[in-house]
Ligand binder design. Structure first.
Ligand SMILES: Nc1ncnc2c1ncn2[C@@H]1O[C@H](COP(=O)(O)OP(=O)(O)OP(=O)(O)O)[C@@H](O)[C@H]1O
Ligand SMILES: [Mg+2]
Length: 346
């Protein structure tokens, strides 16, 4: 296993600048997840690390070796794609061993490594099948197996679970976490799935428009987002961001910092009470019942809308007036540029 260091990494396709100076270190053995809106450059960044795209600027190090000009097959990385990219005319065994065959690894060694990977991924019984004879989850395991047999220093995953149904995703997510533990490998993982990001990552990198918005542990990003963008990107349903004037009512009169323009509050941190003096009043416009919780849409004064996660068995009727309150400690304040205002510890 190896660390991966990106120093001022840039990527241009012709005149279009897609990656705009990324500085990041992935420690050896760390599990790092890239998240960000569609088109922000997640896959491009992964492909730059893999050596599938040429780097336009900056330095890429794997371990302490600068690899900008090193070809993909010599970087010690393996990439797993959303599409699996298996060869349809090869069996599971031959799909997994293909890269080793190309590299002229002797047959006995190749068979041993394929058998090891098959045992790790519980694919032993499927080695003689063809991809068309496998379920989606099994195919994805073969794709991961193909990465494992090469014994890479770094694993790169680009939305590996997106094609699977919900139940299988949960299962494969747990398998990837277990695999990371067992191999103690360095992994960089792209996903759109909040739960995957939060549960798998040691460190999440939030990207926007080719730049890093924030890097931190899942808890750091959830509890202390650096700006409105990260605040609303991490967490589901997303954080409410309201004019700061509403903060005082929401949190029982606690004063906002002078520079605050807006206040953020997560739907799960708001409590519904009866409408009355000294609380933020609103009108329930929609109730989305999901079983364990109900997501309330509450219309506030000034055409603001607020989402509230409500776990009470009693759901207020649509059109009814409710009061909303929150603990002052759960409020996030942002300045006119959308940057978080850090409150003095106390
Ligand atoms: N070969 C290319 N030539 C020109 N532009 C490209 C090329 N590959 C990607 N881009 C552009 O680079 C930007 C980043 O693309 P990328 O695939 O990295 O996004 P992403 O974050 O992975 O998005 P998604 O979440 O939709 O997969 C996009 O605007 C895309 O159109
Ligand atoms: Mg992508």
């Amino acid at each position: 296993m190896s660390s991966v260091s990106l120093r001022g990494i840039e990527k241009r396709f012709g005149a279009v600048e897609v990656i705009r100076g990324i500085d990041l270190t992935v420690d050896s053995g760390e599990f790092v997840v890239f998240v960000g809106p569609s088109g922000c450059g997640k896959s491009t960044l992964l492909r730059l690390i893999a050596g599938l795209e040429h780097i336009s600027g900056g330095e890429l190090l794997i371990g302490d070796r600068m690899v900008n000009e090193v070809q993909a097959s010599r970087r010690g990385v393996a990439m797993v794609f959303q599409s699996y990219a298996l060869y349809p005319h090869l069996t599971v065994r031959d799909n997994m061993g293909f890269g080793l065959k190309v590299r002229k690894v002797p047959v006995a060694e190749r068979d041993r490594r394929v058998a090891d990977a098959a045992s790790t991924l519980k694919l032993e019984a499927l080695l003689d099948r063809y991809p068309r004879e496998l379920s989606g989850g099994q195919r994805q395991r073969v794709a991961i197996g193909r990465a494992i047999v090469g014994n890479p220093d770094v694993f790169l995953f680009d939305e590996p679970l997106s094609n699977l149904d919900a139940e299988l995703r949960v299962h494969m997510r747990a398998e990837i976490a277990a695999l990371h533990k067992r191999l103690a490998a360095t992994m960089v993982y792209v996903t759109h799935d909040q739960i995957e990001a939060m549960t798998l990552a040691d460190k999440i990198v939030v990207l926007r428009d080719g730049r890093i918005e924030q890097v931190g542990s899942p808890r750091e990003l959830y509890e202390s987002p650096a700006n409105v963008f990260v605040a609303q990107f991490i967490g589901s349903p997303k954080m409410n961001v309201l004019p700061v004037a509403l903060a005082r009512l929401l949190s029982d009169g606690s004063p906002a910092p002078a520079a605050a323009e807006s206040v953020g509050i997560r739907p799960e941190h708001i409590t519904v009470t009866t409408a009355g003096d000294g609380v933020l009043k609103g009108t329930v416009s929609l109730c989305e019942y999901t079983g364990a919780v109900t997501l309330l849409h509450v219309a506030l004064p000034g055409e603001q809308n607020c989402l509230v996660l409500h776990d009470d068995k009693q759901t207020p009727a649509i059109g009814s007036q409710v009061g909303l309150t929150a603990d002052a400690a759960s409020l996030h304040y942002f300045d006119s540029r959308g940057e978080a205002i850090r409150m003095a510890a106390g």
